[in-house]
Each structure stands twice: as structure tokens, then as C-alpha cells.
Design a protein around this ligand. Sequence first.
Ligand SMILES: [Zn+2]
Length: 265
Amino acid sequence: MRISTASRICGGLLICGGLFYGFAAEPGALPAKARILLVTGVDYPGHLWRQTAPVLCAALKQDPRLEVFTVEDPQFLDSPAIHQYSVILLHFQNWQRPGPDERARENLRRFVEGGKGLVLVHFACGAWHDEWPEFSKLAGRVWFGSDPGPGKRQHDPYGPFRVELVKPEHAIVRGLADFDTQDELYTCLIGVHPIEVVAQAKSPLDGKYYPMAFVSREGRGRTFHCVLGHDVKALSVPAVQELYRRGCAWAAGLDPVPAALKQAP
Ligand SMILES: [Zn+2]
């Protein structure tokens, strides 16, 4: 089913396509708010997007500058309406079916390269697998596929591990501390596009470090990519929510931490 509207699922308010409202900003000033388009609606069967998308949405809205709208059809990416958002948040993987078509891919590429933000959640690294090689430039890293080859695995079994912040000076993680979570420790990313890892985790299985969150640039755009968040429990870890909140704000060109919070004791 083609969905032509974007709905704000957290606040119970439905915003129809074309009825968007903006915010006033002084020329040259940083934007005061950011409109985030959360794109979901299809995923690997083990990923319950109907449960996780609202959790993610609610987490982002704890930053009052972030307005979150949701579409449950990734093909919406072919719409000119995407350009009315600051950030596109990919929370889908087109499991065993084609991803959004060429027109949607080109629209998303122009969105990012033109200077907007892109955020990827967990298995969104596998979107357009085997369909769109250029996606790796937007995503920074992508899924290597369902047949990784000998000695490789998709992820460690769901369980506890520690996330270590490795770029303490980066605005997305500044002032935060390493934290423990329970999740899938992804080991399935490939790519050569330049990325800057801000959080990593050491696999208990092989002792190697794997990126958990990183940023990259393509054109004038900004990408924040985080592979944490397999399920509601994993997405409910406060530090994970903070990473996504800050990552979205950063991708939107905002200071990752609201000024009001900086001034708090
Ligand atoms: Zn998963």
C-alpha cells in the first residue's frame, strides 16, 4: 500500500502531505528545530518495527527541538516531500523484497548530498542490499549479506556487552561515559567510505572491536549510523537513546545537546 502522508505517531497528530509547517530562522542562524522523517514499515521478521519505531520516536522527542514524523512505507522516499525534512531516519530493511525504487534512491541521494542528514538504525545497514552499491557512500558501512563466508558472522548472540566511546571530543558523545547494554553486537559491516567511529564494542567471541556508531559525510550531507537497537529492550537503554537523540540533532546541523541541558546543574 502506498502511503502518501506522513503521520506523527507519538503525539497522535496526523500531518498530511503538503500541510507542513516550518520554523522561522534568522538568515545564517542555526535552525531552532529539526524535522525528522522516520522511515519504517518493513524489516527482517525478527525485527518488530511496529514496537521499536514508537520507542525510537519517543526517545528522540525528549529533545524538544526534534519533531518526529513517521512513514510506514519506504517507497515514500520517492516523494518531493522528503526535502521538507532535515533528517531522514532509516529504520527499515527490505527483507527478501526490492527496496524503494530508483527514483526513491536518487531522491534520497540528492537529499543527502545536498546537505541534509541521514540516520541509520540497526539493520538499516542492510537496506537495498545487492540493489544499490552507492548506498554505502550514504550509509558509510553496509551489511555484507546473508552469506558472509567462512569465519564471518552476522552478529554475536543477543547478550550483554560494553559500548566504549572512542571520540570523546566529538559533539555526539562529548561528556558521555561508556555503558553496558544487551543487544546484538553487529560484526557484519563492510565498506571503504571514510567514517569516524564514535562508539565501538569488543566482541566477547573473538576479542575484536567493531563499530557501534559512526559518522560520515557524502557531498554536503551528514550521516550518523548506529547499529545498536535490535529490540525494544535494547532501544530503551538510556545511553542508546541519548546516542540516537544526539546523532539526529547532529545530522540536522543542530548542536547535539540542547542549550537548556548544557546550562542544567
Ligand atoms: Zn537485530
